[in-house]
Design a protein around this ligand. Structure first.
Ligand code: HEM
Length: 347
């Protein structure tokens, strides 16, 4: 389905009309109780549990870690060819590894985690989970009300933590890479923030929450690159959509690339233009983080990581792309095929 109207029906999924259609390997890897496969009450409950640690308030705890990691990562960039996709992947994995498992950014455990996660992305493996004891685990358990009967089982916890890792890693990696590709060098907002800062050299929490232009650049990147090009649903009952009769059990896919390139909503759709987001858009025309009950629960985290990284990048460095190649990899999460090679200079 390529129309905005269809996206409204499929994404709001009223009356339990559709469920998320997870491909077979995804179901196997993520386990039977993962958020993506659950529906109705259980889905709502799991969403409620992960909402707190992924809220802006919850994320404050990781702000300093992400700040320092962005600085350290960028410090290593000048003087060599940097494949942005690879670096973005390392950065986002370290962030989520720290959040969910309290992993330090370097050391043996980090290496083990990275190696296993690579296997997980394409098949199965067990992760060196140390979940009990981490702040994230306590956050989830606390949100659960402390009632033993209602506590998530170990399997539910494992499945869902893995789901967050898998759902949050490639997506944020791709977004960070594409944003650098589209951003070119448009540093005004960040240099202004830096110039207005009275003391200290690091980005502060309140500055982070006042970046209107960067927010538009992120949205326009997600529109133009459409990192998740289609969303898949399974019909839980017979229904009709846009005059098509859909039978229970069928897959219905929403073609988000078409919705994001509808010239009626986005004139000259191939052009990168953050000012498209100056005014509110028609409902269901921008689906960078989805919409409805399955809208991305990692939206705050993704924006936080990207904004921090971009801040230090544009304040401290200038960069140049080494290739002019716009093709993407044929993967579910769209990424630049050439991993976006650049060279970087300190300012
Ligand atoms: C820029 C980065 C990201 C993008 C573009 C993105 C995009 C999306 C989109 C479009 C959906 C809805 C898919 C659908 O309706 O079929 C979604 C769902 C989801 N995202 Fe994200 N995401 C990002 C980062 C993250 C992060 C950092 C996390 C976790 C920490 C995360 C966890 C999830 C989960 C668990 C779901 C499924 C929600 C549900 O079924 O209720 N995402 N994401």
């Amino acid at each position: 389905m390529t129309e905005r109207e269809a996206s409204k029906i499929l994404l709001t999924g009223k009356d339990g009309m559709v469920s998320l259609n997870l491909f077979y390997t995804g179901m196997q890897v993520l386990g039977p109780t993962n958020l993506l496969q659950t529906t109705r009450e259980m889905h709502k409950r799991l969403r409620r549990l992960i909402a707190e640690p992924l809220s802006l308030d919850g994320l404050k705890n990781y702000f300093q870690f992400i700040n320092m990691l962005a600085i350290q990562t960028l410090d290593q960039w000048p003087g060599r060819t940097v494949f942005v996709l690879e670096e973005a992947s390392t950065f986002t994995l370290k962030v989520i590894g720290n959040m969910i498992m309290s992993l330090e950014p370097t050391g043996e455990e980090q290496e083990k985690f990275r190696a296993n996660f690579k296997i997980i992305s394409s098949s199965f493996a067990s992760l060196p989970f140390k979940i009990p004891g981490t702040a994230f685990y306590r956050g989830i358990q606390a949100a659960d009300g402390g009632d033993d009967e209602n506590k998530l089982t170990d399997t539910q916890l494992k499945d869902n933590i893995l789901t967050l890792l898998v759902a949050g890693h490639d997506t944020t990696t791709a977004a960070l890479t594409w944003i650098m590709k589209f951003l070119g060098e448009n540093p005004e907002e960040h240099r202004q923030i830096q110039a207005n800062r009275k003391d200290g050299e690091y980005l502060t929490w309140s500055e982070l929450n006042k970046m209107p232009y960067t927010t538009k650049v992120i949205s326009e990147t997600l529109r133009r690159a459409t990192i998740l090009p289609w969303f898949s649903r399974k019909a839980a009952q017979d229904f009709e959509i846009d005059g098509y009769k859909i039978k229970k059990g069928w897959s219905v896919n929403l073609d988000v690339v078409s919705i994001h390139h509808d010239p009626e909503v986005f004139p000259d759709p191939e052009k990168f233009d953050p000012s498209r987001f100056d005014e509110p858009l028609k409902p269901f025309s921008f689906l960078g983080f989805g919409s409805g009950p399955r809208m991305c629960p990692g939206i705050n985290l993704a924006k936080l990581e990207i904004s921090i990284f971009i801040h230090y990048l544009v304040c401290r460095y200038k960069w140049r792309a080494l290739e002019k190649d716009d093709s993407g990899q044929p993967t579910l999460v769209r990424m630049p095929k050439n991993k976006y090679p650049i060279v970087v200079e300190s300012l």
